[in-house]
Design a protein. Structure first.
Length: 202
């Protein structure tokens, strides 16, 4: 890359030399960030030529969680850029292709793609906020006196005891939620108008 061009609404420029340096730094920073996002996406396992869409989406989601747990800064950038690089284009196309080949309509494929990404991104953010590591031996728990907790918040106390009992793990929670979503995404399993009250005429 020999030349780059940028357009800025700078207003009145007091120091041209400093302003030029800042403009160049902004462009280089943007290019560098785009390249880093491309690198992160290249490390996520994309669906290949498989017939089992659930297996493909499960492996993709678990791979994305593992990669984004190491590069959580990329979560806010993956879908925020107006243009995608070649790695991200191939990644997105392979996911949509896997779903379409499995019989998903274009609407259902879009819904599935969005839902799975939202689940993965949200789980990684929550995981980091709660403990910073997916270690089964370090479950989250309220920092409250146990007696006061059980008296004032009995259901929360029950959940805290369940977590501290050693059965909680971020890995287990992620896999359980993922299976629930994949089951619900089965083509024809859920109708968009399910549960909506019908409108009478007149």
């Amino acid at each position: 890359m020999r030349r780059i061009v940028g357009a800025y609404g700078a207003g009145r420029i007091v120091n041209p030399k400093t302003t030029r340096s800042q403009c160049i730094g902004g462009m280089i920073g943007g290019i560098g960030m785009a390249l880093m996002v491309e690198l992160v996406v290249s490390r996520i396992e994309a669906p290949g030529e498989v017939t089992d869409w659930r297996h493909a989406m499960r492996r993709r989601a678990m791979s994305a969680r593992a990669v984004l747990s190491r590069h959580s800064w990329a979560i806010g950038l993956l879908d925020s850029r107006r243009s995608m690089g070649p790695n991200q284009l191939r990644y997105v196309d392979s996911i949509l292709g896997s779903l379409r080949s499995a019989g998903f309509s274009i609407d259902d494929a879009a819904h599935a793609f969005s839902l799975l990404d939202s689940y993965v991104y949200g789980h990684v953010v929550q995981e980091m906020s709660m403990s910073g590591a997916s270690e089964p031996g370090e479950p989250p728990g309220p920092a409250l006196d146990s007696e006061a907790l059980s008296t004032e918040y009995p259901h929360l106390a029950e959940m805290a005891a369940h977590a501290l009992g050693g059965t909680f793990s971020f890995d287990g929670e992620f896999e359980h939620g993922l299976e629930v979503i994949l089951t619900a995404l089965e083509p024809g399993a859920v109708r968009p108008d399910a549960g909506r009250p019908s409108r009478g005429r007149g």
